[in-house]
Design a protein around this ligand. Structure first.
Ligand SMILES: [Zn+2]
Length: 381
């Protein structure tokens, strides 16, 4: 039995280095360790050995290895980071509770789970996840937290363990470590856990997605959930201030704003079109190749004007300085797209297009305008 499992409350200990190895980094084994090695979807403990950060902890054939930056020997003082331990235990205990509720109340089995550094995930065998299921799961979850069910761990001889209502068949034989949460859950498990369901405090579902035929639920528990809640609440408060609306009315205010934007965009399209037509008639008396400089115009206007001038029989070079973009359009002997592409490198431009319309972007105002002027001379010929 590992010491981290026998004495989960020990976070400071003294021991000596028992072995070392090089394997994608430097690792030490200790005479005794209370560090939790990564296993069963739960990440390893963090902490220090003689002040050095423990980067990873892995178990290999009964030996627990600690990954370090630098070599270590002799007497060692180990310190386990309690905040990380409790955080991992919270995510993992929440997984037991969610899996038990899903199994008992909805007959939905858990396929796999993973404790992540931001979110944890639970893959469940469920063809259709619904909002109603989510509401019922969360309601029951809150009840279980309020009920303050004790989380206890005991070793059982295999026969006795198998007589318990275990949620899943154990993967080990011999002595089996069983984690019990009130009467809600009996699981053969080697992970680290909180002492009661009340210690979870808060569990939030953060996402639902389909993954390889299963449903993947993402969630956060404990301090992570409170931190997330604070962050999301701050965002909501900021949004409600910006929109001058009550917090619960933020979605309606955004919807109204989006509708207003759509209406205005429609009006802008109409005005742009009118302006383009006026420009086209004004420019009809100009030479057949027209070079225009737009200093602060909307890029859609420049593009549209180039196209409409081409439709009216001109060859147009419209330079939009704000976007550093040049539009060339018209009927000429050339395939404009190919021609533009072949003649851009001298001006550090990038672009291309089709037979009668090309566009290019440039790193500077000077290069773009100089390109437009050079091309104009070429196209006049
Ligand atoms: Zn567990």
């Amino acid at each position: 039995m590992r010491l981290d499992q026998l004495h989960p409350d020990v976070s400071s200990f003294e021991t000596t280095v028992a072995g070392e190895k090089e394997q994608a980094g430097y690792w030490v084994a200790l005479d005794e360790t209370y560090f939790y090695p990564e296993s069963g979807g739960q990440p390893a403990d963090r902490g220090t050995l003689n002040g050095q950060q423990v980067l990873d902890v892995q178990q290999d054939g009964g030996i627990v290895w600690h990954k370090l930056e630098k070599a270590l020997s002799g007497k060692v003082k180990g310190e386990i980071d309690r905040t990380t331990r409790v955080d991992h235990a919270a995510q993992h205990t929440a997984q037991h509770v969610i899996s038990a509720i899903l199994q008992d109340e909805f007959s939905i089995p858990t396929v796999s789970f993973r404790t992540g550094s931001a979110e944890s995930t639970l893959d469940i065998d469920c063809p259709h996840w619904t909002e109603e299921l989510e509401v019922r799961l969360m309601r029951r979850l809150r009840e279980v937290i309020r009920e303050n069910l004790p989380v206890t761990t005991r070793d059982y001889p295999e026969e006795e363990a198998l007589a318990l209502p275990l949620r899943k068949a154990p993967q080990v034989t011999g002595t089996i470590r069983v984690v019990q949460i009130g009467e809600l859950d009996y699981s053969a498990c080697g992970g680290s856990h909180l002492k009661s369901t009340a210690a979870l405090g808060l569990v939030l579902l953060t996402g639902v997605e389909k993954v390889r035929g299963n449903v993947r639920l993402s969630y956060v528990a404990g301090e992570r959930a409170y931190t997330l809640l604070d962050r999301e609440r701050s965002a909501l408060v900021a949004a409600s201030r910006l929109l001058s609306s009550k917090k619960e009315e933020v979605p309606d205010a955004i919807l109204a704003l989006k509708q207003e934007v759509a209406t205005l965009e429609g009006q802008v399209d109409i005005l742009r079109e009118q302006r383009v037509e006026q420009d086209v008639s004004r420019l009809m008396n100009e030479e057949s190749v027209i070079q225009l400089h737009h200093a602060n115009e909307d890029v859609a206007y420049s593009e549209r004007l180039a196209k409409r001038l081409a439709d009216a029989g001109k060859i147009a070079l419209v330079w939009n300085e704000a976007a550093l973009k040049l539009f060339v359009a018209g009927d000429s002997q050339l395939h404009l797209g190919k021609w533009a592409k072949a003649n851009l490198s001298a001006f550090d431009g990038r672009g291309g297009g089709n037979e009668r319309m090309a566009q290019a972007v440039f790193p500077s105002k000077e290069q773009g305008w100089s390109c437009a002027s050079t091309w104009r001379e070429e196209l006049v010929k």
